[in-house]
Design a protein around this ligand. Structure first.
Ligand code: SAH
Length: 364
């Protein structure tokens, strides 16, 4: 038994079952053994080993987002100093690729100051190595709130999917919370005996879900949206959020653990596997509107990337390296294919109100 599994089992034996969000928060962020806190382990921390994200699949993803950032910098008035903020930069691949596109526009490259929000010290080192070619070194922060004021373009790819979620299950006798308890000495899912004490903020459209429906709520989401909104209200800017999940709130159990590119039992090895859940873009949109922002999307990743010129970019890369045509076609299909990342992944843009619509999102 791993240390974290042992500690969680001990805690549950003493105090009773815990919520899925508590389990997920420990599995991801336990200061010693959480998946995103550990400095290193044989083979390095997950990213690349456990799962592949869009920027790890193809340079085209970051390059298109770099071009988007330049366009949006102009759209917010081309401020002389603009913070280019990435939340959860992973290996640094997205920013490295984005910067290649940004460099082509010297005025934008001179204006952008790169700020990275990263909690994992080992990943910070990886990002530092990857981004040493930037004209000015990036600055790291533990949270978005720690970044000083100023106009900003904010990027977050697969960052919100690690927000811990609570799960509620509709039963014949009303809502119950899904809990992690012990059965025969092993972690196992169960349901709370009584309805949750504080009624959860279940989206109104899902309140009448049929028995058996699972509804997920990320208690940390309002705080994240408020941090973004505080920036975008104080100075002009945009936030581009890309993640997997439905465009509007829907029922479904999306808790997933991935290790070595395979789905594994989420309870089997807390801290050893990445744990994620779908992002409820409906909830992100509603919270952002309430916070005074303008919201564009969520639209499928394929629609967003094609609007930014993915096909043209792929054609140019193939023309300059015909021997890589098959590889580039494959990357294109992974990013935009309907049965790959093209539809399940969505793009959403939050922006300071009263600005022109962001590129890639048709006006709504
Ligand atoms: N955006 C990257 C990596 C996604 S993995 C990509 O597309 O490849 C999630 C990233 O978010 C990792 O860098 C992880 O360490 C970081 N992270 C996770 N939780 C975080 C939090 N609460 N605050 C800041 N960074 C976080």
């Amino acid at each position: 038994m791993t240390r974290l599994l042992e500690r969680l089992s001990g805690l549950i034996a003493q105090t009773g079952p815990i919520g899925v969000s508590t389990f997920m928060a420990s599995a991801l962020y336990d200061p010693q053994d959480g998946y995103y806190s550990r400095q290193a382990r044989p083979g390095g921390l997950g990213i690349g080993d456990d799962f592949l994200t869009a920027p790890e699949i193809s340079q085209m993803f970051g390059e298109l987002i770099g071009g988007w950032a330049v366009h949006e910098w102009r759209a917010i008035g081309a401020p002389e100093r603009c913070l280019l903020i990435e939340i959860g930069p992973g290996s640094g691949a997205l920013m490295a690729d984005a910067w290649r596109a940004i460099r082509a526009d010297p005025a934008a490259a001179a204006a952008f100051e790169v700020h990275l929000v990263e909690i994992n010290p080992w990943l910070r080192t990886a990002q530092e190595e990857r981004l040493c070619g930037l004209p000015r070194p990036p600055q790291w922060h533990g949270a978005l709130e720690a970044i000083g004021p100023g106009p900003s373009i904010i990027i977050a790819n697969e960052a919100l999917d690690c927000l811990p979620i609570r799960q509620f299950v509709q039963t014949q006798s009303g809502w119950r919370e899904r809990l992690v308890g012990l059965r025969d000495g092993r972690l196992a899912f169960g349901l709370s005996e009584a309805p949750p004490e504080v009624p959860p903020a279940i989206p109104p459209a899902l309140l009448a879900s049929p028995a058996g429906a699972v509804v997920e709520i990320a208690p940390g989401l309002p705080g994240v949206v408020e941090a973004l909104a505080a920036r975008l209200r104080a100075a002009p800017g945009r936030a581009l959020l890309i993640d997997y999940g439905p465009a509007d709130s829907e029922a479904g159990d999306s808790l997933q653990a991935v290790s070595k590119h395979r789905k594994v039992d989420p309870l089997a090895d807390p801290g050893g596997a990445d744990l994620t859940a779908h992002v409820d873009f409906g909830a992100v949109g509603r919270l952002s509107l309430q916070a005074g922002l303008a919201v564009y999307g969520a639209i499928p990743q394929a629609v967003f990337l094609e609007a930014l010129g993915l096909s043209a970019r792929a054609a140019r890369l193939k023309a300059s390296a015909p021997e890589r045509s098959d590889v580039i076609d494959r990357q294109h299909a992974r990013l935009a294919g309907a049965d790959e990342m093209g539809v399940l992944f969505k793009a959403l843009c939050l922006t300071t109100p009263d600005l022109s619509p962001p590129a890639g999102f048709s006006p709504t």
